[in-house]
Design a protein around this ligand. Structure first.
Ligand code: ZN
Length: 477
């Protein structure tokens, strides 16, 4: 009915057709891409119609100090998160169409008052051009990726020095990963690194640099010493108050299965890694608390497809499924779902690896693209390009004004939701929105009782250390 390559190809083509604004400069800048695909079975169930309903690009995440109490800044602009928020925008419009008597591609009336359900034969699939940052990115390098190099020495001794040196370099290094936030030069004190070869996953590798902190003069490729097995790594750090990474050589560098926060520009962020967010969406759905007022159950992905690049099925299973598979006691409509996990063999030509292979020195340093593109299948202003969490191109003076807001910011999605509520006839209003004095974004989220119960169970049983969003950041209206 569909293949991973077909999905990847649809997403790359969709990206290629978008205007240039916010796209990376070929050969110098790289980015990540993610998308939500609507799958609709044909009436004879022999074919499936595939439509990109949301697409996102982006590599950045802002630190705690840049967060806004007005809900008008995008905290997390990793492609996966941009694609999810664009999908919420799409779903809000589809619900608006449904409640106002127009045809919707997605929803039909549910059995409970004011509730809607996804039409039979309709499902959603998630595509991401790279393994999600965080837990899914941690896995042993395969035999073909192990490099002949000098065995690791005195890593512990180097650690404090390395950390001291790290601060300034961190913001840039952490964002110049081949995968989202994957450690490269900064972390490769314990291993050699291959780079500049677009065929690296086939193991046709070349060694461009080896262990900055070990003595490079010891490096004798012809001796064929073999590194101890090493891990692919993530720039996302373990959440506070939990177990930390051992940071030991090779396979003992990271803890696995733990929640992680994304790196920012030299500052800790409050944004969980994409692995963690995908895992949460797997149970709570992608629609968020607000739209759950209108839905009889969460909207979950039937499959997650990853583009060509470093990938481990086992790590994906652990990060996205196993961590939540034991959760019980979920409220009606919620259940432990298991998206199918697949990899495509087609590469995103703007990813880090490909960009590096096309890069020439005259172009200057390779860097992650600072802009994030959101496109969603909505009738007005489908394209929304941001940088640093605000509309790209706004002057400093305009920050905080209406023109600076992204259409997928919390406050804009909230206002779209309020328009949906206003368009709903009283007799068709969901019970959870009836007769209550709800004002702020926080009020509306808390009033989504079943969703909040599901989140409480998920948090208690699987993610007790998931940081809570500071309430003062959610009191806008
Ligand atoms: Zn990410």
């Amino acid at each position: 009915m569909w293949s991973p390559d077909e999905i990847a190809s649809i997403c790359y083509n969709h990206f290629n057709k978008l205007p240039k604004r916010g796209k990376p400069e070929a050969g110098r800048e790289w980015t990540l891409l993610a998308a939500v695909i609507l799958l609709t079975d044909s009436s004879d169930q022999k074919t499936v119609h595939k439509q990109v309903v949301s697409l996102g690009t982006g590599t950045k995440c802002i630190g705690q100090s840049a967060m806004s109490m007005k809900g008008d800044v995008l905290n997390d602009s990793h492609a996966e998160v941009i694609a999810r928020r664009g999908c919420v925008r799409y779903l809000t419009e589809q619900l608006y169409r449904a409640v106002s008597g127009q045809s919707s591609d997605v929803f039909c009336p549910g059995t409970e008052k004011g509730k809607w359900t996804v039409k039979p034969g309709v499902s959603f699939l998630f595509f991401t051009s790279q393994t999600p940052c965080g837990d899914a990115s941690i896995f042993p390098m395969t035999g073909s990726q192990a490099q002949p190099c000098e065995p690791v020495k005195a890593v512990q001794k180097d650690e404090s020095e390395r950390r001291g040196l790290k601060r300034q370099a961190e913001s840039e290094l952490e964002e110049t990963r081949p995968g989202p936030d994957m450690k490269t030069s900064d972390d490769n004190h314990s291993s050699c690194r291959k780079s500049g070869d677009s065929n690296q996953d086939e193991g046709i590798t070349e060694i461009k640099e080896c262990n900055q902190l070990n003595e490079v003069s010891d490096f004798q490729p012809d001796v064929k010493k073999v590194c101890p097995p090493d891990l692919h790594r993530t720039g996302a750090k373990c959440v506070p108050d939990g177990p930390a990474d051992p940071l030991k050589p090779g396979l003992l560098y990271h803890s696995v299965g733990v929640l992680r926060v994304k790196p920012g520009r030299g500052e800790r962020t409050l944004s969980l890694s994409c692995s963690d967010k995908l895992s949460r969406w797997g149970i709570l759905g992608i629609q968020g608390a607000l739209l759950s007022h209108y839905l009889q159950g969460p909207i979950c992905f039937s499959a997650v497809v990853v583009g060509k690049g470093s990938y481990s099925h086992q790590a994906m299973e652990r990060a996205l499924k196993t961590r939540c598979s034991h959760v019980r006691g979920l409220p009606s409509g919620f259940s432990v779902r298991a998206p199918e996990l697949l990899q495509a063999s087609l590469e995103f030509t703007h990813n880090h690896t490909h960009t590096e292979s096309k890069h020439t020195h005259s172009q200057g340093r390779i860097s992650p693209c600072g802009a994030a593109i959101s496109w969603s299948a909505v009738s007005q202003q489908p394209l929304d390009v941001t940088a640093n969490g605000y509309k790209q191109g706004v002057t400093k003076k305009a920050l905080g004004t209406l023109q600076a807001r992204s259409l997928i910011s919390k406050v804009e999605l909230f206002h779209s939701f309020l328009k949906l509520v206003a368009a709903t006839e009283d007799s068709h209003l969901p019970e959870t929105l009836c007769g209550k004095d709800l004002r702020t974004y926080w009020d509306y989220k808390q009033a989504a009782g079943t969703y909040q119960q599901a989140w409480t169970q998920l948090r208690l049983q699987a993610f007790p250390l998931w940081p809570r969003s500071p309430r003062e950041l959610l009191l806008f209206h």
